[in-house]
Every structure is written in C-alpha cells, then in structure tokens.
Design a protein around this ligand. Sequence first.
Ligand SMILES: Nc1nc2c(c(=O)[nH]1)N[C@H]1C(S)=C(S)[C@@H](COP(=O)(O)OP(=O)(O)OC[C@H]3O[C@@H](n4cnc5c(=O)[nH]c(N)nc54)[C@H](O)[C@@H]3O)O[C@H]1N2
Ligand SMILES: Nc1nc2c(c(=O)[nH]1)N[C@H]1C(S)=C(S)[C@@H](COP(=O)(O)OP(=O)(O)OC[C@H]3O[C@@H](n4cnc5c(=O)[nH]c(N)nc54)[C@H](O)[C@@H]3O)O[C@H]1N2
Ligand code: SF4
Ligand SMILES: [Mo]
Length: 836
Amino acid sequence: MAYKRHIDRLPIIPADAKEHNVTCHYCIVGCGYKAYTWPINRQGGTDPSQNKFGVDLAQQQETQTPNWYAPSMYNIVKQDGRDVHLVIKPDPECSVNGGLGSVRGARIAENRRSDITGTQQQRLTEPMVWRYGTWQPTSWEDALDLVARVTARVIDKDNEDDLFVSMFDHGGSAGGYENTWGTGKLYFQSMKVKHCRIHNRPAYNSEVHSTRDMGVGELNYCYEDYGLADTIFMIGANSLETQTNLFLNHMVPGMRGETLAKKQAELPDEPHAPARIVIVDPRRTVTVNACEEAAGAENVLHLQIQSGTDLALLNTIFTHIADQGWVDQAFIDTSTFREGVAQPEDPAHPAALGSFEAAREACRMSLAQGAAICGVPEADIVKAAEWIARPKEGGARRRTVTCYEKGIIWGNDNYRTIGAAVNIALATGNVGRPGGGVARLGGHQEGYMRPSDAHVGRPAAYIDDLLIRGRGKVHHIWANDHYKTTLNAVEFKRVYNRRTNMVKEAMDARAGATREEMVDAIVGAIEAGGLFSVNVDIIHTQIGQQAHVILPAVESGEMNLTSMNGERRMRLVEKYMDGPGSAKPDCLIAAGLAQALEKVLTDDGRADYAAQFKGYDWATEEDAFMDGYHANTGQIVTYDRLRAMGNNGVQEPVTGYEDGKLVGTKRLYSDGTFGTDDGKARFCAGAWRGLQAPGKEQQKAAYRYLINNGRSNIHWQNWFLDKENDFVFDRFPFPFLEIHPDDMTELGLKPGDLVEIWNDVGATQAMACPTPTARPGETFMVFGAPSGTQGNVINAGTNELVLPNYKQTWANIRKISDPPASVRHLTFKSQEVELG
Ligand SMILES: Nc1nc2c(c(=O)[nH]1)N[C@H]1C(S)=C(S)[C@@H](COP(=O)(O)OP(=O)(O)OC[C@H]3O[C@@H](n4cnc5c(=O)[nH]c(N)nc54)[C@H](O)[C@@H]3O)O[C@H]1N2
Ligand SMILES: Nc1nc2c(c(=O)[nH]1)N[C@H]1C(S)=C(S)[C@@H](COP(=O)(O)OP(=O)(O)OC[C@H]3O[C@@H](n4cnc5c(=O)[nH]c(N)nc54)[C@H](O)[C@@H]3O)O[C@H]1N2
Ligand code: SF4
Ligand SMILES: [Mo]
C-alpha cells in the first residue's frame, strides 16, 4: 500500500509558502494547478493569518471546500538543494478545470521523485554508458562525447540518412516548446535528418493530414464551445477517462443545462436547450454511461458501430444532411472552394479535395448501405443527422461541436475518415463559430516549435520497417518507449534486441579499450548490421535496456516549461523543484549533443560540417525558448509575460501585447477564411473502401476476437511513473482485457485469470476482466503496459501516409494462468455509475 494511505495528518500550507503556476503535464486538457513549497521545518496554522487559504481552519469546512488537499497532492522534494514540503493542488481560478483534479493530475505530487518519502526512486540521476557488461554511471562530458563520436562516424554533411531519430513532438509530459525546439534545431537545422519518427507513430508525419489539407487546423475552437453547443458529436474518444476535466468541466455542464444562461446571453436570437450528445464508438464506454447520467439517456445517442466503419457512417450522415438540405449554403458559398477538384487524389493525398458537390458525389451512401456496413439501425443514423444538423425551431442553424481522437486517428482509413468528419462540420457551417468547431481532442499537450521538416517528405519513411529491415546505424530516442507502444512490436523487439546486442557484445569484447578503439569496435559492429542506441529518458525504459548510452532528463516542474492545451491555451509551468542528480532539460541535452558534435567534427578536420552545430550557447531553458518560440512567433511572448497571465495563460496564436497583457485568439477561422492558399476550405471526396490497411481484412477473417485497445483513467501512457506508484499497481498489476462473461465461459476463464492473446504477428498477455457491457467477440485491452504490450498483436499495416492502425486488431485468446497472488484482492465490479 502507498505510504500516504497511513497518513492521518498533513502540514498546513503556511501563508507565506511560495506559489508556482503549474499546468498539469499529463493530458491535453492542461488543467491549472498551484504548487506550494515551504521549508521542511515549518508549517502553517489554523488562524486565517497563518495559512495560505486565509481561513479559520479550526472550523469545519464545507463539502466542496478548496481549503484542503489530499495526501496524493503532497510530497517532500528538493528545491535549490534544500528539502521542502510540496503541495500541488487544482486551481479553482483556472478556466480549464475550475478547481477539478483527476485521478492522474491530483497525483502529480506523489509522482515526484523524493529521497525523503521514497517515491519514484526509479528516476535516472546520471548519464550511463554500457561498460563491462552493464551500465556504468558517468559524466555528461564522457557520455556525450561517446554519442558524438559514434554518431559523427555514420553521418556526413549532406548525408545523415544512417542516423535514425525517435522524438516527442508534444508538450506537457516531455516535450514543450523549449524541448521540441532544442531537438528540432539539432535534427532539422544543424542536420537534415529524414529518418525520424514521432513518439507515437512509426513515421514523421501528421496525425491529421486531411483536416489540415482541407484548410481546417485541428485545434480550432475553445472549450467554452461545449457550453454553447446544441449538440456534441464525439467520434472515437472516451473523454471521461482521457480528457477528464474537459468532459467534467465543459461537456457535462453543457449537457446538464448549466450553461443555458450563457447561451442566452451570447446568442440571444435563437432557442436554446441543454446539449445532446452523439457518440461513435464500437464499445460502450464509461463516457457513454456518464453522459446518460448527466443528460438523461434520451439525450444520448451511442452509435455502436462495427470497428473501423466510421467512414461509412460519416459519409451516410453527410449524404442524409445534404439530401435534407440542412446545409449552410451561405457559408459553403463564401468560405469553401467552389470549382470541382482543388487537389486530386495522389500518393500524398489519399482522397481528392474540392467542392461540396464533388465530395457529396464521391461520398454518397444510402441509409441502407451505411446501416449495413456499420451495423447500426437506419433510424439511428437519421437521428444522428437530425441532432447534428436539422435547423432549430424558427430556422436557426444548429450549433454542433465535433470532437474526435484516437478511435479514428488510429482507426481505419485515417485520411478519409477525418476528412469525412470535417465535411459535416463544413457543410453545416460549424467551424469558427460559437458552439461549433471540429477539433481533435488531443493526447498530450502541444508544444511544437521546430525548423521546417519539409525535407522529410510525404509519405514519410516508415522508420520501424526500415529498422526491422536492417537500416539505420545509430538511433537516438527521446522520451518514448517503442517496446511498449509501437505496432508490430514483437518483430520490432526481436530485431532491435539482436542488432543492439551485436554492439553490446563488441563493446564487452573491448573492455578497457581507449575511446578511439572503443569507437572503432562499435562502428565495426554497426557495419556488420548492429545498431548503436542512445536513450534520453527520465527512467530506465524497456527499450532503454538495449541502449548503449542513457541520458537522464528532467521533467515538467523540474524545469520551466511552456506548452498549449486543446484550445490552444498557452501557459508557463514554473520550476518548483530540482531535477534528480545531474538530469537536465531535454533542450539543454540537445544543446550539449550539438556542442559535442561540433567539437568532434572539428577534431576530425570537418570544419564546414562542424560549423552547422553552432548556436547552442543556451544556459537555461529560457534561452532555448527565446531562440525558438519567441524568435519565430513575432517576438511577443516571454516568460515574464506568460507568468503574468497565470494559469489562464493566453490562447494561441498570440497577436499582441496590450495594457500589460498578451492578446490571444479565441477561435480560429472566425472571419470565414481558412488555412489554404486561397483562404477557402476544401471538402474531402473520400469514398468508403473497407478496412484499408494491409492485412486487416485477412486478420479479421482469421481470428475470433476484436482486440480493441486504448486507455484507462488511472493509467498514464506507458505506465512510466505508474510502474512505481503503489496506488496504480495495487489496482492493476497487469493490463486488463475487458471481455464479455459469455466469452469467458467459452474460454474457461475466471475473473483475474491471465490470458495469452495471439495471432499471425505475435502474442501478448493480459488479465481477464468480465465486462457485461462488452459485445461478445469484442474485447478491449489497455495499451502500453510494461507487462503486456498490446502492440505485440498489431500488424504492420498502415495507411498510405504511414499512419498506424492500432485499433483494428483481431486475435485468439487462451488461458495461461489462474489469477496470480497480486491479482487476488482485485474487484471486478462494473465501472458504470448511477447518479441518483
Ligand atoms: N487516463 C489517460 N488519459 C489520457 C492518456 C492516458 O494514457 N491515460 N493518454 C493521452 C493521449 S497521448 C491520447 S492520444 C489520448 C487518447 O484519447 P482517446 O482517443 O479518447 O483514447 P483511446 O482509449 O485511445 O481511444 C478512444 C476510443 O476509441 C474507441 N475505438 C476503437 N476503435 C474504434 C473505431 O473503429 N471507431 C471509433 N469511432 N472508435 C473506436 C475505443 O473503444 C476507445 O473508447 O488520451 C490522452 N489522455
Ligand atoms: N496499441 C496501441 N498503441 C499505441 C496507442 C494506442 O492507442 N494503442 N496510442 C499511441 C499514442 S496516442 C501514444 S501518445 C503513444 C505513447 O507512446 P510513448 O510515447 O512510447 O509512451 P509514453 O508513455 O508517452 O512515453 C513517454 C516516455 O518519455 C519519458 N519521459 C517522460 N517525461 C520526459 C521528459 O521530460 N523528458 C524525457 N526525455 N523523457 C521523458 C517516460 O519515462 C516514457 O518512457 O502510444 C501509441 N501506441
Ligand atoms: S484532465 Fe488531464 S490535464 Fe487535467 S488533471 Fe487530469 S490528466 Fe491533468
Ligand atoms: Mo497520444
């Protein structure tokens, strides 16, 4: 059990505790928190003058009091070398979360590394180099010199194709504008690395090409729109668990009618009612359940489609809306491309883009066709179209906000499916207007600032495939663990282990050699098919077990870090504690690597090439911010100005600085001009074409169970901190597999049994969780677990632009074990709730 559960008393935050702005670094929502720190030998008192809340704590506080914090919000950490108390609690003044926490964010403090309370002792503290058959701690200088020397041997001016890079492109948990700039400047300015991939997919590309090609940036609205909308249209997302406080603090109030007064005030000329919601998901999620509780079941329409059939559904809804004439013709005429095809289909564009009429023609699908493919009743498709688009009483346009995430981003036919969702929003004039928007919900926060990646090309290289086929000589990995999170993972790990072990063996064979001899030995192994692996992370990951050099990074809170959330709200997280040991911000690690490369190349007599690695004399992350974000976005935003904007920050793009405040942008495209050359949005002419990625139809035909997969509320990503968090591990020592009780009977399974999931590409294991709401034959497995990689059974098939199709996976299941001891205390009760 977690040590804090034995705590019956926590120190009162003193009135003079230091206060820091914190944006929760876990998910895209970016909830506002405050971090309070004060010296270890002091605490506040109950008198209003003695505590941070300024209230009499000797009195009973009300139920929803903010004058309180939970044990999970507390820790003892180092600040400027001294032990301090740390409390990180939700900020009631933040418009994003209004004081709400979540099962992840409310544990930021207990997930900090502490030598006093013993939390997160797994954090890396020193650089390490593979030596004498294990990893030996060493200095930054020594580690970076080795990385630079080996890297310099395989790259040259104008040919950096043997250097492979996996790097985060997000904000929040790893990343942020500082760090994407540091890595981006190194790999895309000093070098022009084209064999790179992003943390969550096997290529360097966009998750949402089509909406961008259509001129509609994917984060175009503001969270307030959920309170102004008549209808929320949610496709392939489970927001209660994955964008928790966006759901609880914006969607739920909209559905409960708590925002009616605001609607009336802002949009007085039309009738208003509480928002209804249409959810597209093959699975009944806890989000569906929560919506029913919030809005009443009659206001929730769950379209429980067959996995991967979203495109057919969306095209059918689009057709029906067009046939009924529920379109916004004035908007179509003034804001969209009117003359046929603007962009023909080609290898870089998996569907043609053009006029409303062209798309209507290409996407046409009857109710009967749509219903047959998706497996939902025609009447429900009609109802969805009505809720989304039928004009309101008196003829006012219906305001519908459309949101989507990994159910279609990692789903079948990404380009066309996202295009089909945007088509509906464009046809109904629901972009750039209050209560509208068509936006991805997001995963991490965003924080992208890099030199052009145009040299990467489109379609971008399929990096995992190249690595499996023996390409690449040196691999730099920044903040991700493909062993737990990539597709075709069994094959990837098998080959990666073999290739990196060749280098380890070569290094072991030369124990005691000089640096020059060692580099020669490593390069010899590389030339024989080996791979030299460098891992920049905060913990020793699974792929990090194969690394030859490990570089320790700090995370949010241990450095100053900027990022923006799903409504483009940019904030500064102020550093409130020291990083472990000699760990550094990623941007400064990238700078150190650039400097090491400059030195090595100079020593090597390659002065011209060495000169490309100048320009990294940053002393702090703020220097990286000024060199990257500040210099490239009109020189308006600075740390001081952002700090002054507090937890409400400013919505990007930032357009000016007036009266001591940064001026932002509430919604994109509010003037009806879109992000294309001519300012006109395009429709997507993408017809339904079955399961598009190679091998999916065959897998579906050959195996019995859908292995749908994704996230759970309690877990954060690949469990990198959860792994050493008792609260999480007590609850789920193994990844769960939601499975219908009838399927369990057929397979001879008891709750908590361990099962093997296997198919043509691999196998993995999970813990069976009886789930009566699951459809027979359709399971759901939590992804990313250290003890059961779901990606082991996902085949290598991607779309034309190398977007992985994680969600469409089929396999067979067999029992391998009774519940292990660590499972026996678990509850298998339904997670659905009834709010009286
Ligand atoms: N608690 C928690 N929250 C997180 C994260 C986390 O690790 N834990 N990670 C963050 C990150 S990085 C991301 S990317 C987001 C992801 O956020 P989401 O996209 O909301 O999460 P997922 O669980 O991956 O997938 C969402 C839903 O897609 C459904 N789905 C599967 N197949 C299909 C299909 O064919 N069609 C449709 N329409 N739906 C389908 C699944 O049943 C699932 O309910 O979450 C972020 N938030
Ligand atoms: N089957 C299946 N697979 C999936 C998905 C799915 O839905 N189903 N979803 C995909 C998606 S959307 C995502 S986002 C990926 C996630 O895949 P990954 O990116 O591999 O997983 P994360 O847990 O986000 O990895 C974060 C890593 O960065 C480290 N880290 C954290 N903070 C810092 C920092 O500040 N600096 C450095 N250097 N390191 C840091 C952590 O220790 C951890 O090892 O998985 C993808 N894979
Ligand atoms: S909803 Fe997301 S950002 Fe907000 S507290 Fe939870 S994990 Fe953090
Ligand atoms: Mo993600």
